[in-house]
Ligand binder design. Structure first.
Ligand code: BYC
Length: 333
């Protein structure tokens, strides 16, 4: 399909699918499913959106672990709603991926067979109820930092899905912080639980932003440069990581917890916090399947897929029956 959203090529210039795509992106217009796009752009979008969708679905597990052991009915209702929101995010994202010509079932197979990644953060265990609060505060906080710029991502269906997801993530972050404030006003044992959870989730939260932009731990086949040219990504991984640290340090102070980094210090010259280096060897191990919970997370997802097969078959059979009854004869064959 040719590109015609008021983005015209120069007089005398011959329009090609490639130049149409480039002009669209340069003009900050959205690329829509029927627009011509380079195969590599399509493959990058499928990879990123699928990885994101898988993260939302696998991300239900660490918190879902605590639903039946919530300390009150109110906390249970809040957590249940939050985990359901993550399922919804997964569904928006799989739908966005499907606009690129891939199939959700196939993406799920690629996940359970270890052929597609999901966020490193969900391969850590949630050991106490304070983890529910810290996941909301730090993990959703990092997600917001990373995802707000994606609302301006060049691929239209992804950018639009991100607008709604970010609104819900902001709400999630506040519920986590509110839970932690309540625990910090409680007993010494509760304050210790919050500090312990903060100690365990801080460094993995910094790793969510991906490998560093430069240095030995940078990815040898990193995507940032190309993705920034295509306006999929708007900032590098390190820029967003810094933004997250700057945003979170005052929140930790207000809460009364210590972030587990001896190198954390305000740098007046840069107008930002200096901070230590995450353990990039650990990150590499986690994203290549060797984190503390990788096997458990995938086994759980695979079991849910197998256990739900009869539901999907029944739903498909029902849909076929309803369509046969309601569509005109010419359309029902
Ligand atoms: N974990 O060149 P890079 C949530 C991989 S859900 C695993 O920087 P890119 C939430 C990367 O895929 C949070 N793998 O890549 C849900 C690449 O792999 P390949 C999920 C990672 O794509 C429930 C290689 O490392 N958010 O918030 O330009 C409850 C090189 O990296 C990770 C999203 O998915 C990682 N952390 O940038 C609560 C956001 N980081 O190709 C909360 C959308 C990197 O070598 N995604 N890799 O196999 C993005 O913004 C980007 O894809 C990333 C990575 C910034 C994550």
């Amino acid at each position: 399909m040719s590109v015609d959203r008021g983005v015209k090529c120069a007089p005398g210039e011959q329009e090609t699918p490639e130049s149409g795509f480039e002009r669209l992106v340069a003009a900050e217009q959205r690329v829509e499913p029927r627009d011509a796009m380079p195969d590599a752009y399509r493959a990058t979008m499928v990879r990123q959106i699928a990885q994101h969708a898988h993260s939302e679905i696998i991300g239900m597990q660490p918190e879902g672990n605590w639903i039946s052991r919530s300390p009150s009915l109110r906390r249970k209702a809040i957590l249940l709603a939050k985990v359901q929101d993550e399922a919804g995010h997964g569904l928006y994202l799989y739908s966005a991926a499907e606009t690129l010509g891939v199939d959700r079932d196939d993406l799920t197979r690629r996940l359970v067979e270890g052929r597609q990644k999901y966020s490193s953060i969900f391969n850590y265990p949630s050991l106490s109820y304070a983890d529910v609060g810290v996941i909301g505060w730090l993990v959703d906080g990092a997600a917001i930092c990373n995802q707000v710029p994606l609302c301006r991502s060049s691929y239209g269906p992804y950018a639009r899905a991100m607008v709604r997801i970010c609104k819900e993530e902001s709400f999630h972050q506040r519920q986590g912080y509110e839970l932690l404030l309540t625990m910090m006003r409680g007993s010494d044992a509760q304050r210790e639980m919050v500090q312990d959870a903060t100690n365990r989730w801080w460094w993995p939260s910094l790793m969510m932003f991906g490998p560093p932009d430069t240095g030995d731990a940078a990815s040898p086949h990193g995507h940032t440069e190309q993705s920034m040219r295509w306006r999929i990504k708007r900032h590098t991984n390190d820029e967003l990581r810094q933004r997250f640290v700057d945003m979170t340090v005052p929140q930790a102070d207000a809460l009364g917890v210590t972030l587990p980094d001896a190198e954390l210090a305000w740098n007046a010259e840069r107008g930002s916090y200096d901070f230590g280096t995450p353990d990039w060897d650990e990150f590499k191990a986690v994203i290549s399947g060797h984190g503390p919970c990788n096997a458990e997370r995938i086994a759980h997802r695979r079991a849910a897929l197998d256990d739900g097969a009869w539901v999907r078959e029944a739903a498909a059979a029902h849909a076929a029956k309803v369509n046969t009854h309601t569509l005109p004869l010419s359309m029902s064959r």
